[in-house]
Design a protein around this ligand. Structure first.
Ligand code: SF4
Length: 143
């Protein structure tokens, strides 16, 4: 097998971070090349490597704008009222990992979303994004 068919990955499933080697073989019945994975200390590493090669996904983190009430803090007065380092956006993350090729579209929708305060950690900001089953939640409370 040529070197081109061997990929090195680091398993990110647990803190051990096993160095994985993935050899791609001939296409199998499912249309994907057969994969031979070595270097994993447990079966989860093989599952991770297969997913990373065939359908890589990532948890997405970002921030959302907040809905400003008519009599609420404005950009000029807000910093003084809340303190110079008070957040002006709600940090959010996906509960489920998102396919890498869809991350830019998801981020575009996250950045268009405006969250009404107060919000608690774990509150859903976007439910079942585009029917994908991906939910976006607030990471911290903000009022
Ligand atoms: S292969 Fe298993 S032990 Fe190694 S990093 Fe992945 S989950 Fe952890």
């Amino acid at each position: 097998m040529s070197e081109k068919n061997i990929r090195s990955l680091t398993c990110i499933v647990c803190p051990i971070g096993c160095a994985l080697s993935v050899k791609e073989g001939e296409k199998s019945a499912d249309g994907f090349p057969a994969l031979t994975i070595t270097g994993n200390r447990c079966p989860r590493g093989a599952v991770y490597a297969k997913e990373e090669i065939r359908s890589p996904k990532r948890v997405v983190t970002a921030t959302c704008a907040i809905v400003e009430e008519a009599n609420s803090i404005t950009a000029g007065s807000g910093a003084a009222h809340r303190g110079m380092y008070a957040p002006r956006r709600v940090p959010v993350k996906t509960v489920e990992p998102c396919p890498k090729e869809k991350i830019n579209a998801l981020l575009a929708d996250i950045y268009k979303t405006r969250v009404k305060l107060p919000v608690k950690a774990g509150d859903t900001v976007i439910a079942d994004w585009q029917g994908s089953g991906i939910n976006v939640v607030a990471v911290r409370a903000l009022d």
